[in-house]
Design a protein around this ligand. Structure first.
Ligand code: NAD
Length: 297
């Protein structure tokens, strides 16, 4: 029987550690960690994601500061807010909830975030350090995937790992993190020729293409590990919707050694890593003990 990599369970276990860490250290720091989330406009999905982050913060004892800006704000006003938060001593981490309107220069906004507070790990300085394999804030979804693999002692070093997708949010940073952990990584994308054949060679196959049910069992080597990053809401009948990933799980599960479910696999780990990054910034600011360092790839 194949092994389910249960991201929901692992994220609850990690949250318990984070909660205890804050309890023990908040008297030294004299305040709880603080996370600022900036949301622009009324995109409903962004509203749900921000709400989930807020709830996760309150479960472990991080104070969240939500800035919900109207979509009439301009680039300068958002930059001013970011600069203000950069200087705010109560804020350890900050993030801009994406996607935002095309009228903004998104990369320039992210560049404005102090790299030490860039809990999404998207600032050029943090990406540069990732390329150089130096410690820095790492992006949350890739870091969550590595923790999921490690939690079941799934070896990364020396393994052939195929990543489907080359986005700045998932595919690229994930490929670099795995490379830094001595895997042999192949990064594939929408223009890759012979995707099926390349995937079939993978010991670990990671699908982050954003295409529902793209990967069936014909892409997967017998006994491989499959990680499904994709998340899609599909209409199952007139009134109901259901979530699925990039992997046609019912077809793939009988063939693999381990897999992540959707929902309950990679998704919960992403939010948990945001908490880890915020606490790690707090830890550095106050010179607190480094007992959470094993969670950072
Ligand atoms: P993206 O659209 O920015 O990037 C998709 C990548 O996949 C691109 O590099 C593209 O070249 C590649 N691609 C597209 N179609 C392909 C195909 N047919 N074959 C091979 N490669 C193909 O998306 P993203 O932000 O990287 O997110 C990918 C998926 O992961 C989405 O479904 C997104 O919702 C999901 N996601 C989930 C989490 C989570 O926490 N679970 C976090 C981030 C993203």
């Amino acid at each position: 029987m194949s092994l389910k990599l249960d991201g929901k369970k692992l994220s609850l276990e990690i949250e318990e550690r984070l909660k205890n860490y804050i309890q023990i250290n908040k008297t030294i720091a004299n305040r709880n960690p603080g996370l600022a989330v900036i949301r622009i406009g009324e995109d409903p999905a962004s509203g749900v994601y921000v709400g989930n982050k807020e709830k996760a913060c309150s479960r472990v004892g991080i104070k969240s500061y939500i800035f919900h800006l109207k979509d009439t704000v301009d680039q300068k006003e958002v930059e001013q807010l970011l600069n203000k938060l950069n200087l705010d001593n109560d804020i350890d981490g900050m993030l801009l909830q994406l996607p935002i309107s095309k009228k903004f220069d998104e990369q320039r906004l992210i560049s404005n975030i102090n790299p030490e507070k860039d809990v999404d790990g998207l600032n050029e300085q943090n990406i540069g350090k990732l390329v150089k394999n130096e410690p820095a804030m790492r992006s949350c979804t890739p870091a969550g995937i590595i923790n999921l693999l490690r939690s079941q002692n799934i070896e990364i070093e020396g393994k052939k790992i195929v990543v489907i997708g080359r986005s700045l949010l998932v595919g690229k940073p994930l490929s670099l993190m795995l490379l830094n952990l001595n895997a042999t990584v192949t990064m594939t994308h929408s223009k890759t020729i012979n995707l099926n054949k390349i995937c079939k060679e993978a010991d670990i196959l990671i699908a982050a293409a954003g295409k529902p049910n793209l990967i069936d069992s014909s892409f997967v080597k017998e006994g491989a590990v499959i990680i499904d990053v994709g998340i899609h809401r599909l209409k199952s009948d007139e009134s109901k919707t259901r979530l699925c990933g990039d992997v046609l799980l019912e077809d793939v599960i009988p063939k693999v050694f381990a897999y992540t479910p959707v929902p309950g696999g990679v998704g919960p780990m992403t939010v948990t890593m945001l908490l880890v990054n915020t606490i790690s910034s707090w830890q550095k600011q106050f010179g607190l003990s480094s007992t959470l360092n094993d969670l950072q790839p």
